[in-house]
Design a protein around this ligand. Structure first.
Ligand code: ADP
Ligand code: NA
Length: 312
């Protein structure tokens, strides 16, 4: 039985570090490590939700290649349901090569024809929605073919099955505006943008105004992630700031948002109150930022519960 349907990106990242900006002046450039790692917000989120105890099905597209196999093997190891993961022999699995300088500056080389850019509504298996409790879209704008029209179709179907709908977002790729995804927003029960992304999309700066612009389109609960501040929740009835776990040393915020969403969703399915869901999300994210990468921090539920006790 599937609890959570997670739709979005599953890719391979190859970080190269340290590189300097004169990389082309050097004939053979040595870095510390070259290896495939798992990337993509949907697979990150699916991994953490799965470790926190809920059966998660990943819906995405990968190629029939070594990188795709790497993703499948990873899912198997994590207990993620890949029955509906589409293996498409016509595409290359998206691989992002990340160039990182000594002081952390980075740029990515990506395949504009890779699986992430080809992921569309045909990669969504509606037959698996039946009986599932929650659908999470990670993230709006990441897979460009999952546009407003597709999202509305997906969300409508999820609502027919009485599922809770959650969504994260990344920065718009083609300067999309709020109205471009307005109809899809109307179906979202819990929306998790971070502050910068939310400002960009709404054109507002003040937290209340940013949240209001989403509420206006029908989002039920706006949860704006505010980095080391924690998060800000706003519904039609009330708004509240939920402070982050303090006194920790953040070393890598990659995937912090995905861990936040996974923590929130887990707490929601556990039946926790809204504010406690946000606290549980902050707790999961705080573990993530203290560890490298997106999926090396949060390993099990006990660990997050322990940090959650911080809120007393
Ligand atoms: P994203 O990763 O999507 O860009 P944020 O940078 O806002 O989003 O971080 C997501 C969450 O990670 C925050 O809401 C917070 O819970 C947690 N977080 C980030 N930085 C810190 C920090 N320095 N200390 C504690 N928690 C943090
Ligand atoms: Na994010």
């Amino acid at each position: 039985m599937t609890d959570v349907i997670c739709i979005g990106a599953a890719v391979v990242d190859i970080p190269l570090r340290p590189v300097s900006k004169n990389i082309f002046d050097i004939e053979s450039y040595p870095v510390d490590r070259i290896a495939m790692t798992i990337g993509g917000d949907a697979i990150n989120e699916a991994t953490i939700i799965s470790r926190l105890g809920y059966k998660t099905a990943l819906m995405s597209k990968v190629g029939e290649d070594a990188a795709g196999k790497f993703i499948l093997d990873f899912c198997q190891k994590e207990g993620i349901d890949t029955e509906a993961l589409n293996i498409d022999p016509k595409v290359d699995t998206s691989i992002n090569v990340g160039l990182v300088t000594e002081d952390g500056e980075r740029t990515f080389v990506t395949n504009r024809n890779g699986s992430l850019w080809k992921t569309d509504i045909t990669d969504v298996d509606f037959s698996k929605f039946k009986g599932a409790r929650l659908l999470t879209l990670a993230s709006i704008f990441n897979c460009p073919l999952l546009d407003n029209k597709s999202l509305v179709q997906i969300f409508k179907k999820a609502k027919e099955e009485n599922m809770i709908i959650c969504a994260d977002m990344i920065k718009p790729r083609f300067s999309e505006k709020l109205e471009d995804i307005g109809e899809a927003l109307g179906y979202i029960d819990y929306f998790f943008p971070n502050y910068d992304e939310a400002c960009l999309l709404s054109g507002e700066k003040d937290l209340d105004a940013v949240a209001d612009s989403f509420l206006k389109y029908g989002v039920k609960h706006v949860i704006i992630k505010t980095g080391k501040e924690g998060c800000f929740i706003k519904t039609k009835e009330k708004s509240v700031k939920v402070p982050a776990i303090s006194g920790i040393k953040a070393i890598d915020t990659i995937g912090a948002g995905d861990n936040f969403a996974a923590g929130f969703i887990t707490a929601l399915l556990d039946g926790k109150e809204l504010i406690n869901c946000a606290q549980f999300a902050n707790a999961a994210a705080s573990i993530a930022v203290q560890n490298p990468g997106a999926t090396t921090g949060v390993l099990n539920k006990k660990q997050v519960e322990k940090v959650f006790e911080y809120y007393g």
